[in-house]
Design a binder for this molecule. Sequence first.
Ligand code: HAM
Length: 422
Amino acid sequence: MEQIKAIRGIPDILPEEIDYWHYFEAIWKTLIERYGYNEIRLPLLESTSLFKRSIGEATDIVEKEMFTFQDRDNASISLRPEGTAPCVRAAIEHGLLHNQTQRLWYLGPMFRYERPQKGRYRQFYQIGVEAFGFSGIEIELEQLFLMWRLWMELGLENDIQLQINNIGTFEARQHYKQQLVDFLKPHEDKLDNDCKRRLTTNPLRILDSKNPEIQALLNNSPKLQDFLDTESKENMQQMFLALQAMGIPYSVNPHLVRGLDYYNHTVYEWVTDKLGAQGAVCAGGRYDGLVQQLGGAKTDAVGFAIGMDRVVLLLKQRLLPPMLSDIFLIGQGERAKMETLLLAEQIRTHLPTLKVLVHCGLGNFKSAFKKADKSGAKLAIILGETEIQEKTIGIKYLREDKSQVTIQRLELILFLQQYFQK
Ligand code: HAM
């Protein structure tokens, strides 16, 4: 019978990888609590019009990447390609934005019909953060500091660099767009098909083009920075000073415009050169117009989203599987096998933070020790016929250059408490 396989670009996350996800999520949850953000859980399905109105009709995501279908009542539904628009929708719908500020975060799968490759999937996971009702640049900085702290806690601060830009107000961009189009029009024959199309649909995205000939052409184009108002320029300088004060390395990327329409002023991406073509690990910025655009009152907003799959790929390059087991129990002989199960329960009761594995299988000592080693445990606890008769326990140090010791069975819990307290 033909085997049914997973859908292309929609991967399983296997048990061998899950420790990395748990490790990342545990660090994240503690960190985000410390910054006073609250979790919001959002649905996977939304009305298609939500994304058209927010991300923009002429963006890649809406034009060609959404999983959209008619439901049984003929309503157009989409699997969410991102979380900002759903978060804004929910905040307006439940009155979370009336005369109050909100710091929210969410985590979950997003869906985009992109060409799958390493680090780019059709179902991928994001952690998103959105703050509403804050007008000053302090909130952008708070979020950038938070991200930097996350990279440091994950040990990834040398793998990820911040690129930042200011795309100004809506009016400044409109004015600039016209100048850019006027500049590019006479060179239309040099543009690739994508850029030709964008000349009428979304000219700013041409700045983002990876095509070297187009980048060469853009060297002489008008620059968005020259169209910014004084306040935007001053804000940008202040942000740079604060980043320097925190010791966060950054570079200004004047071509960074982002692929979603809702941004104004600050935009940024944290990028890596460790994952081939999929360099963006985290991205975000300010989007003061979106709440109003989706039917709410005018509300300033700033946020970002982390591509979790990409962070996990970076973690795998850096770390041995984290959160491995602590103790591995091996029993040889029928009685000893039963005893190891009971001992494991006793350890779990008295040392509830330890991860305890029991061999639970056939095979000789040699193969059991191989499994113990692979489990990552620090100690193997050994119980054979002799140990049962003498009421003792063998302890083998799996990660240290120390000889095996034998202790009294009654001393085990105390021994483990002392050992794992170190
Ligand atoms: P985005 O740049 O579209 O922004 O996505 C954010 C991150 O999600 C990317 O930097 C990348 O790491 C990850 N990502 C995107 N597409 C894929 C994919 N196909 N496979 C794997 N990872 C992917 C947003 O989504 C905005 N909502 C961010 C935001 C929040 N802005 C303000 N608030």
